[in-house]
Write a new protein. Structure first.
Lengths: 112, 112
């Protein structure tokens, strides 16, 4: 059974702070790493899908990096805003058919 | 509006009863998935379907069955519900070549 770990479990920052969290995964049989954003009372929404070692993706103030050799990905949020408050999920795809194994998420709360 | 819908929104079900959760997408996505979300655990894949007419087992398939008679619909059936199947169930879909998964709004199921 694959184990995808995310840390920290939760994070509380002030508006304007920059923050980052980690997703760790087994590096063998890696195919892709997904990041999703999940707001309360909504459904998860895709942020990034990364496949290559050293990949960096960016969407507005949110960016992510990938290290497949050591088995981790970082998600960064620059200048956090209250609307960034959500749970951020990472998921490992190791078969190439989009069968995802999710971590338990990092819950971010941004206070104004 | 294009998207993915689930029904019912929530349900309380007596143990031993049969229940089918419905999922419909109008995006013509070839792949569909069923996940369950439990407190303290990540989203876990129950069953998936690559394309109409084919299905496969995910991480936690026991007690559940699926069918994929056409592209749009992917119902999940609990033949004889048990309390451990109390969970929030999410349906998702994706299109070949684009790995992001699109999630439905979820069905909250309570088995008493």
């Amino acid at each position: 059974i694959l184990n995808v770990e995310q840390s920290p479990q939760s994070l509380h920052v002030q508006e304007g702070d920059s923050t980052n969290f980690t997703c760790s995964f087994p590096s063998s049989n890696f195919y892709a790493l997904h990041w999703y954003r999940w707001e309360t009372a909504k459904s998860p929404e895709a942020l990034f899908v990364m496949t290559l070692n050293g990949d960096e993706k960016k969407k507005g103030r949110i960016s992510a990096t990938l290290n497949t050799k050591e088995g981790y990905s970082y998600l960064y949020i620059k200048g956090s805003q209250p609307e960034d408050s959500a749970t951020y999920l990472c998921a490992l795809e190791n078969t190439g058919f989009q069968k995802l194994v999710f971590g338990t998420g990092t819950r971010l709360l941004v206070s104004p | 509006i294009a998207g993915i819908t689930q029904a019912p929104t929530s349900q309380i079900l007596a143990a031993g009863r049969r229940m089918t959760l419905r999922c419909t997408q109008d995006m013509r996505h070839n792949a569909m998935y069923w996940y369950r979300q439990d407190l303290g655990l990540g989203l876990r894949l129950i069953h998936y379907s690559n394309t109409a007419g084919t299905t496969g087992k995910g991480e936690v398939p026991d007690g559940y069955s699926v069918s994929r008679a056409n592209t749009d619909d992917f119902p999940l059936t609990l033949a004889s519900a048990v309390p451990s199947q109390t969970s929030v169930y999410f349906c998702a879909s994706s299109v070949q070549g684009f790995p992001e998964q699109y999630f439905g709004p979820g069905t909250r199921l309570t088995v008493t």
